[in-house]
Design a protein. Sequence first.
Length: 337
Amino acid sequence: MKTSSLKGQSKFRSNKERLSAFLSLFKRQDQVLILIVADPDSLASALAVKKLLQGKVQKVTISNVNEIKRLNNQVMVSSLKIPLTPFKPSLLAQHNKFILVDSQPTHQEVFKNVKFTAVIDHHPLTSGWSADYVDIRPDYGATATILYEYLKTAKLRPGIRLATAMVYAIKTDTNNFENSAKTQDVLAFQYFYRYMNRHLLHKIECSDLRRSELKYFKIALENLKYVQKRAFTFVGKVLNADILVVIADFLNKVFETSWVFVAGEFKKKLVVIVRCDGYRKDAGKLVSRAFKHLGSAGGHKEKARAEIPFENLGIPPEEFTTHTLINLFKKHFRRLP
């Protein structure tokens, strides 16, 4: 891991030094709040941090700042009995130490006013924030893999639920190792696989869709347009933005499709999900270039997401079409392989 000028990020000579530096920030009387944007990787990573701090602090609370709507994630939380407390501002006054995993303070408005004790993440490093302890490794496929190194160094054996969560997190964020992954991701997967429950994992992985969401596939296919090998579709208004992710992942499996752009309207915002194979491509940079000045946008080489208020686009939702979506990216076509 390269040394960064970001306050709190240091180059350690070993995982033992890193773990020691992290644990030294906490005392027995501390009440720790772990904040997450709940998805498989953040949920598993938060559970791992909770295990690391077990018996070392007075209390650890895991709090999700987002509403969990994706069915897989709901089943993950219920099946693995993950203790979650939906975020509300009063939680900040009830805790004195704050940890952010699988995200960075610039990723959500709610994070910007929190003085984080520690930030552990695998997304590309952003600027304009600091923390007492920072561990950002964008070359890792999942934040869960980073926490695997902490657990191994601490000689803490995972229970069935934590191991199952970590396996699902690594599988999800590496897209079953089809996306960028390091040797460490493979080692972490192999390690946790020994302790996980395959029936619980199967239950989580197979819970992709509700019957009521099948209609969005019909709309997506009806509105699907190709520009060379780039697939575009606008699904319209959706009750859950995560269905756009499911559709994008499905279309990304279609042969001779180099890019996938799936968009929909959710809570007066245009949500755009982008997928590609990551080979000489960078979905995160693309959506950032196209939309960062209009809303939130970013991601990895293989997958990215943007959320833009329709008022910033100057286009009423009812007038937005697949052709509108194509036009938003048209000026970037020359840069797309």
